[in-house]
Structures are given as structure tokens and as C-alpha cells.
Design a binder for this molecule. Sequence first.
Ligand code: GRF
Length: 191
Amino acid sequence: KRVAILISGRGSNMSALIEAAKAPDYPAEIVGVFSNRAAAKGLETAAAEGIATKSLAQSSYESREAFDDAIGQVLEAWQVDIVCLAGFMRIFTPRFVERWQGRIINIHPSLLPLYRGLDTHARALADKVAEHGCSVHFVTPGLDEGPVILQAKVPVLSDDTPETLAARVLVEEHRLYPEALRKLAAGEVRP
Ligand code: GRF
């Protein structure tokens, strides 16, 4: 399966997917990395791996629909089968999501359905939860609402800060996302 990764920043989950896809028996190939921010660090990392990259800015388009159409054209040019969102800080229009439904997935740093949206680690700490984690889920029009493919849990420690907790969760993200993409690409999961 041909996979595009969509990022807005650092791209550590992107790197985890790129590394996993190097295994000869991995059922997906990373064919392109797109960013809605030209300054995204992950674009350099992907280019250094010899992967096609592209960035477009929302500000160049007259509407959210027009920007989504432009992203869709990039994905079509790359002949993408599956889209992986990895720190992509933008909400798609329903039309775009419906077009890719069942073939677009995201990683979110919480145990969904808990803590949809931003600042998940600080909110989990404020609630004094005993465990936290991350989820890979199908993208649907509702933010962080689609069916969960896989989750990983970590303990919350008494002296955790949002940063230490985020770092513990991130280790699990880097393991979980490649496994979830493997399952989807191999046809082992459906929305
Ligand atoms: C990750 O925590 C991911 O779960 C969230 O945004 C962060 C992206 O980090 N959606 P990176 O760009 O993959 O390093």
C-alpha cells in the first residue's frame, strides 16, 4: 500500500513510520510527506530519507475546501492508498474526510474517548488519572472521534509534569503507530 504522512511540525511519529516501512515484509511504503507548514522540521528529515515532500499553506487558498482540494491533488499525484496524520494540526472539511474514509488514520496522545483535542497531558494530570496513553484511530468528520485501531497505556507518576508524561507517551506512540499502519495496510482492520 502507498502511504502519505501529513505533518505540521517535529515529525517524530513520521520518522517511526519511515523506519518501520524499511522492513522488507512491511505491507506499506511511505511515498510522500506533506506539511501545511513549510518550516516543519519533519520535512527535512523526510527529504534526507529520499522521500518526496510537499508543503502548501492554507493562507494561499480562498477557502478551507479549496485548500483540502489542493491537498487531495497532491495525494492523488502520489497515488496514495492510505493517509497517516502525524501531528497534523489542522481539521479537514467533512468532504475531504468522507473521500478518504476508512483510509485515513491519526495518532492522538490520549486514551480516547478521553481527552479529545489539545493539551491532553496537562488535562490528564489535572484529573489525577492513574494511567494515560495514546490511540491510533480512523479519522471521521468529528475531531478525534473515529473508531480506535490500537491503544497503548502508560502509568502516570506522582511527580509527572506534562513534559515528562508526554515523553513517556511518545515512546509508546512510536511503537503503536507503525503497528496500527501495518494492520490497516495488511487488511487486518476495518473502520
Ligand atoms: C504527537 O504527540 C501526536 O500524538 C500528536 O502530535 C504530536 C506530534 O509529534 N498528534 P511528532 O510531530 O510526531 O513528533
